[in-house]
Ligand binder design. Structure first.
Ligand code: NAD
Ligand code: 6OH
Length: 484
């Protein structure tokens, strides 16, 4: 049996307890993982603190940027190992891990390596009260030790989305990947060595949230900032914990994202785009669409076409090249999704397709699969329309006016992402600007430029990462004012 250990100060470190890493495609145990107790987490934080004062702390920006590119090179050199590890941990199709997760991990390092080299800061020539001048300029310093806590849906992509800018800014990190997906964060430790990152700069602790590695890391007094991606409720718990030591936080949380489809859309593009937004990664992307609003004139043909699309998706083994849809992450998460499938029925939904568990007659029957599912007919107040399910499922409702569509899309405590489908660009801009979200896509979805602000409103997050927003979160700015 494979073992996965914590990584501290350049060494793999066992924990006193272990937990199982399960392959969601067939329920098999693929590794035993060392859980970090409070003492192990403390060692990791102390190693990170110590390395701030060493070679890393003295390294020039150019030196750090060069090493970030080496990390990207090393990820690309081990492309197949990263893909295999991600597929085994998450059950996502091999084509998706190859197209999205692993290339994005390398791109995250390259983007922030390049950005930190050219990032400027404000300076002001200031008139003093006595008619003289002063010069103000800001300098960028690392925050110190950054605690990074990430979820299981895009494990390497989301981890490196935070590790890359944190390192670019000269911080050291202790990362706590999800207990469901410990493999790629650990593989990245080997890459760090190869890329010449000094020991102690990148540390990994494994375990769970409450009363385990996650909580130990967030409450550690010597962690200077916490950046977290995951559920909104977990974000709330972390906020309480970090309050005692007044740490800055950056939170990318859940969503209940809407797509608005106007009758003047390019119909096939809209069907394909919405299908991708609902079903990609088996609906386990925070940006996925779970609410679809369609202008009444095309409501019936749209529902019919999305149904056809859902039924054409090939559900199966993640390691097959033809598979479109893998399992959900765990038995527990499947139970959550199925509880919403049951609830939808109780709430009076019309089932358009899916609603159950696919049967394979093979070892995949031990995996955590659900059918891609579409409902219509629910009132906007239904729990299935209000709560994040995080599975391959959507509810489609008709609308009559643009105003009504905007109001329904915005009627949520979340505010992560929206997509708008129309060939009327004026309308696209007009509606996009009314969305109470962090990211609005028009005639596309999950099309990313890593320099843009990324984050959510309301229950979907605090702060923005991406481009300069990341550099500003992971830096302490010191403004220097000089009387001339
Ligand atoms: P989760 O909140 O259950 O877990 C995320 C991480 O937090 C895990 O590493 C977990 O061990 C840790 N954790 C849990 N409780 C903790 C605590 N009290 N203290 C410290 N750490 C704790 O989320 P998940 O189930 O892994 O991921 C799914 C959720 O993440 C969905 O809600 C999804 O929308 C959200 N998500 C959001 C984004 C985004 O960018 N906005 C991206 C991906 C996922
Ligand atoms: C959530 O599941 C997806 C988040 C995506 C990003 O953070 C990104 O940078 O693309």
């Amino acid at each position: 049996m494979k073992s996965i250990h914590n990584y501290i100060d350049g060494q793999f470190v066992r924990g006193k307890r272990e937990f199982a890493d399960v392959n969601p495609a067939d329920g098999s145990v693929i590794a035993q993982v060392s859980e970090a107790d409070e003492e192990v987490v403390d060692r990791a934080v102390r190693a990170a603190r110590k390395s701030l004062r060493g070679e890393w702390g003295r390294m020039s920006v150019r030196g750090r940027a060069a090493r970030l590119h080496k990390i990207a090179d090393a990820i690309e050199a081990r492309f197949d190992s990263f893909v295999a590890a991600e597929v085994a941990d998450t059950g996502k199709p091999i084509t998706l891990a190859s197209k999205l997760d692993v290339p994005r991990a390398a791109a995250n390092f390259r983007t922030f390596a390049d950005l930190i080299k050219t990032a400027g800061l404000e300076s002001f020539q200031t008139e003093t009260p006595d008619g003289q001048n002063a010069l103000n300029y800001a300098i960028r310093k690392p925050l110190g030790v950054v605690g990074i806590i990430t979820p299981w849906n895009l494990p390497l992509l989301l981890l490196t989305w935070k590790v890359a800018p944190a390192l670019a800014c000269g911080n050291t990190v202790v990362v706590k990947p999800s207990e469901e997906t410990p493999a790629t964060a650990t593989l990245l430790a080997e890459v760090m060595k190869e890329a010449g990152i000094p020991d102690g700069v990148y540390n990994v602790v494994h375990g769970f949230g409450p009363n385990s590695a996650g909580e130990f890391l967030t409450r550690h007094p010597d962690v200077n900032a916490v950046t977290f991606t995951g559920e909104s409720q977990t974000g709330a718990a972390i906020m309480k914990t970090v309050a005692a030591t007044v740490k800055p936080v950056s939170f990318e949380l859940g969503g209940k994202n809407a797509a608005i489809v106007f009758a003047d859309c390019d119909f096939d593009d809209a069907v394909n785009g919405v299908a991708e937004a609902v079903f990609l990664n088996t609906g386990q992307v925070c940006l996925c669409t779970e609410r679809v609003y369609v202008e009444r004139a095309i409501f019936s043909p749209f529902v019919e076409s999305l149904k056809k699309k859902a039924e054409s998706l090939r559900i199966g083994s993640p390691v097959e090249n033809i598979t479109d849809l893998g399992p959900l992450i765990s038995a527990q998460h499947r139970e959550k999704a199925l509880s919403y499938y049951r609830l939808a029925r109780e709430e009076g939904a019309t089932l358009i397709t899916g609603g159950g568990i696919p049967q394979f007659g093979s070892v995949l029957d031990h995996g955590f699969y659900v059918q891609p599912t579409i409902y219509t007919g629910l009132p906007e107040s239904a729990r299935c329309v209000k709560e994040e399910i995080f599975g391959p499922v959507c509810h489609i409702a008709p609308f009559d006016t643009e105003e009504e569509a905007v109001s329904m899309a915005n009627d949520t405590k979340y505010g992560l992402a929206a997509s708008i489908w129309t060939t009327n660009l004026k309308r696209g801009h007009r509606v996009a600007q009314q969305m109470n979200v962090g990211i609005t896509w028009v005639n596309c979805w999950f099309l990313r430029d890593l320099r843009t602000p990324f984050g959510g409103a309301g229950f979907s997050g605090i702060g923005r990462e991406g481009g300069m927003h990341s550099l500003n979160f992971y830096s302490e700015l010191n403004n220097v004012c000089i009387r001339l």
